[in-house]
Ligand binder design. Structure first.
Ligand code: AMP
Length: 533
């Protein structure tokens, strides 16, 4: 615990499971058990009347009350509402995440006392909108979010701590390069890092926010369901509770297959029952394409970092799904190295987050930082501009992906028409040249321009991108006083009022559940306000 009695707490808010750690008096990260006595808490919410039950109980209810259970909300961050109404009500995905965080906070407080300040982790591949949504979930759960850090970076910090890189002697160690392969329950991330003394530098990052252990489970579910259908011409997946029960059986079987060569999975539906035997070989065949996707991304990331396998000192395994033997086998073949599984795959991310929280709290007290973390951006950031030649809208990139953060980038555009009264700058995130294929982040409007402004007047757009993946935008118009900062109107996140209402509701200080609307305000199209490149 730190001197001013603010504990340094880190939270790994996972798609399927979450974990909390704090730094004890001796400076070591310790995972806090939940009220049920477990190190990890299922990120699952069951609604019973006005009550939100989180964790193991909610996970069990998937087999009996599937319609009332929300799982994998992390995958839907960035959408207005969670795909399924619960007890007829709609929820923003970040509010569901906040219910999970609230339980983690209450359980942790029983052991370390009340606390507010936390670091929460996100997949490195999360875009700006999802990062903001995670920060908002923290706020709604009553936290003050000190920082959002990337899961692989957190894992590398925990690993560095474990290996003694973070003490004084560590600083004289030769630089090390590592690849963090993180396959969790719902997301996949790969990050190439360099540890130089007490500096943790990300060199390149990539991933897939729709690929994780859950997808491996579903392959087993589909296989067993098809075997069942062959015998009984009935699809057990059509009933939500049966499908929920079957998924739980399959997730369990998948874990067994990490230790044993075969497993048998039972399935019963409408008074018919069957047992299906699955070997590890069969499971690996059913999921080969999923593993191949991670392999492809891993190779690409190494290339983006400008490295070869020989340049790496080690490959670090993180995330519960790396317990599947096929993951280590694939990486061994690819890298010619034995993958390092020395960090506790379920706890490393929370430990790293707690260490990072400790660093921030120390810095806030004016102490020299013991560790320096440098990140790269995982997606390119640009603005929508009209291509002067083709008159087509294009994504004009200001900050290409894998740029070291923090960074400031500028690019000059031009007004399209003479006497243009306003300028609309639409900010997008993504690699595609077509704006429609990118994620809209927000927009800035510069209004009341001088009436006689000629066409082709230069407009400078400047992006300042912070290390935590948050963005500030400046727009200035040549020859005028117009300089705009910050006014980033967000299109797909909750307003401050909505956040406050949810915070009161989740913390039990307001009985009424906030209104949820899922009507997006469509982005204003350019018209007279557009800019050309
Ligand atoms: P995480 O989000 O890192 O806690 O990862 C959770 C995922 O790891 C879930 O999809 C689990 O099913 C999976 N998992 C945990 N233990 C094992 C295991 N022994 N074998 C295979 N997958 C596992």
């Amino acid at each position: 615990m730190t001197e001013d009695n603010t504990p340094a707490v880190g939270i790994d808010l996972g798609t399927t499971y979450s974990a909390v750690a704090y730094i004890d008096d001796t400076g070591r990260p310790i995972t806090l058990v939940n009220a049920e006595g477990d190190l990890v808490t299922p990120s699952v919410v069951l609604f019973e009347g006005d009550l939100a039950v989180v964790g193991k109980e909610a996970l069990k209810a998937i087999a009996t009350e599937a319609e009332h259970v929300a799982q994998c909300a992390k995958r839907e961050l960035g959408d207005r509402t969670f795909h399924k109404p619960l007890l007829g009500r709609k929820y923003p995905p970040e509010a569901l995440q906040a219910f999970v965080l609230n339980k983690l906070r209450q359980d942790a407080a029983r052991q370390i006392g009340d606390f507010k300040k936390v670091v929460i982790t996100v997949p490195a591949y999360f875009d700006e909108v999802r990062r903001k949504a995670t920060q908002d979930a923290g706020y709604m759960a009553g936290f003050e979010v000190l920082d959002i850090i990337n899961e692989p970076t957190a894992a590398a910090i925990a690993h560095g701590f474990l290996k003694g890189f973070l003490n004084k002697q560590g600083e004289s160690n030769a630089p090390r390069k590592l690849l963090v392969y993180d396959l969790g329950g719902g997301t996949f991330d790969v990050t190439v890092m360099e540890i130089r003394g007490n500096e943790f530098l990300a060199l390149a990052t990539d991933g897939d926010v729709q690929l994780g252990g859950q997808d491996f489970d579903m392959r087993l579910v589909d296989y067993v369901a098809q075997e069942f259908m062959r015998t009984y011409q009935l699809d057990p997946r059509e009933d939500p509770n049966t499908a929920g029960r079957l998924w739980r059986e399959c997730e369990d079987a998948k874990r067994t297959l990490s230790a044993r060569a075969k497993v048998s999975i039972s399935c019963d539906y409408k008074s018919q029952a069957t047992r299906v035997e699955v070997t590890r070989e069969k499971f690996e065949e059913l999921t080969q394409d999923l593993l191949n996707r991670t392999q492809f991304t891993t190779k690409q990331t190494l290339q983006a970092a400008g490295l070869t396998w020989n340049d790496l000192d080690y490959v670090l395994l993180v995330g519960g799904s790396t317990r599947m033997p096929m993951v280590a086998k694939m990486l061994r073949q690819l890298s010619g190295k034995e993958p390092d599984a020395s960090v506790a795959v379920d706890e490393a991310v929370a430990h790293g987050a707690a260490l990072h929280a400790g660093i921030i709290l120390a810095r806030n007290r004016g102490e020299a930082p013991s560790v320096v973390v440098r990140n790269v951006n995982s997606h390119s950031l640009g603005v929508v501009a009209t291509d002067a030649r083709t008159q087509r809208k294009r994504n004009a990139i200001l900050i290409p992906r894998n740029t070291a953060l923090p960074v400031t980038a500028r690019r000059v555009f031009r007004t399209q028409n003479a006497g243009q009264q306003s300028i609309l700058v639409r900010i997008v995130e993504g690699e595609s040249a077509t704006p429609a294929d990118c994620t809209p982040i927000g927009r800035c409007v510069v209004r009341d321009l001088p009436r006689d402004l000629p066409a082709q007047t230069p407009i400078e757009v400047r992006f300042s991108y912070q290390e935590n993946g948050r963005l500030t935008v400046h727009v200035s118009v040549a020859g005028t006083q117009h300089e705009l900062k910050h006014e980033l109107a967000r299109d797909n996140t909750l307003t401050q009022e909505q956040l406050d209402a949810w915070r009161l509701y989740i913390l039990g200080q307001q009985a009424e559940q906030p209104e949820v609307t899922d009507d997006y305000k469509p982005m204003e199209e350019g018209g007279s306000g557009s800019i050309t490149m």
